[in-house]
Design a protein around this ligand. Sequence first.
Ligand code: GDP
Ligand code: IMO
Ligand code: MG
Length: 429
Amino acid sequence: MGKTLVIVGSSWGDEGKGKFVDYYAQKADIISRVAGGSNAGHTLSIDNVEYKLRLVPSGILCKDKLCVIGNGVVVDPKVLLEEMDSLSERGIDVSKIRLSNRAHVVLPYHQLLDNLSEKSRGDKKIGTTGRGISPCYIDKSDRIGIRVCDFIDKEEFAAKLKIALEQKNIILQKVYNHKPLNYEEILNEYNGYADRLRPYVCDTITLLNEELDAGKKILFEGAQATMLDIDYGTYPYVTASHPVAGGVCVGAGIAPKKIDTVIGVVKAYTTRVGEGPFPTEQLNEIGERLRTEGHEFGTVTGRPRRTGWLDACVVKYAGQISGIDYLGVTKMDIFDTFDEIKMCVAYKLDGKIINEIPASLKVFAKVEPVYETFEGWKCDTSKIRKYEDLPANAKKYLERMAEVTGTKIGIISVGPNRDQTIVVDENIF
Ligand code: GDP
Ligand code: IMO
Ligand code: MG
């Protein structure tokens, strides 16, 4: 039996999952995405060259690894091919990508409906990435979605697209007063994409399970994060999938017993894109400084990310849900110049400490973060490669994070580059 490692986001996304996925991909045989779609944006820096990935697993930047897009992913064929082409142009081999025949396909009406639905919500909008993610998952649940196996079968695609588009065109015209989309145009354009993707399609469930049985190491690359999960996040300000560790079982066809280790990625502070509650948000010069010095602008939409002090309560919650064994902490270097750093270690509601994340957003909006203050370390950590060489104040901050969340720290990042990494435990994977 091989080994599996799952990397999940512990907060509201963009924790730097891609950076650690790239690090552990070097030790893996296979890297697999299991949920979400091109709403994800993972930026990786290798030898100061930047790569931005949305659908292709971040393992693509390590040579000779199988990169699997699992059945739980919603795949925009146009985005996937653009990404593959741009990687190929940069000399990266994309021949080892495998696409699940059970994944659902994002079509032009999904993106259009995403944007029209957001517009119609006015100031109640979710702040989606506008990539058609939720409309595609809606179709999946409504049993009118189109799966990759049918997309690459010309007859099936023509028939299934007809049924789906008839329904969408009624919605477009009657609900949104929008002109209908043309069947032939979509069919022709997308048949072209299907022809190009066909060689990469296979039954990834069999592939992953056989490889695991044969002793291979599989890394499951999380996208989005716990607080964006449709069940566990700040509903309705969430995405439409399950980015928690359990999502690996349904999004890749891997049995729960076969998940060996889970790393939860935590940024040294907290950020969020889009609308919804964010108790530790700093709408002041601290927040501005975190955004500027941390380069907190979305990979997919370029939107400025909302910023605040680390919310260790949500990290602890993420730990419960995903069974996080180790924390992977990123962006410690962003605090190098700070005099003082705060961490939210508990929530108070009506003057009392609470032990849960309130389900009701009305209640969640009322929680008061309980902060502890830490002295800054005021030195450059970006060249440090060993835990013991970190300044004492940085260690204090990390130790407290581990204590509050009840999870040990496994790996730390002190800069965007692959080598700017401090491995605390060598034996994780
Ligand atoms: P993901 O979606 O979780 O993979 O995260 P993103 O890629 O959206 O955002 C994380 C950003 O932080 C990327 O631009 C990374 O290059 C960058 N990054 C990751 N780790 C570090 C770090 O330790 N220090 C600094 N300064 N940047 C980092
Ligand atoms: P990575 O993998 C941060 C957010 C959107 C919005 C909500 C719903 O890079 O961490 P959607 O388009 O999914 O329907 O939008 O979810 N969101 C993300 N925020 N990082 C992501 O991915 C995200 N994927 C979705 O901003 O608030
Ligand atoms: Mg991101």
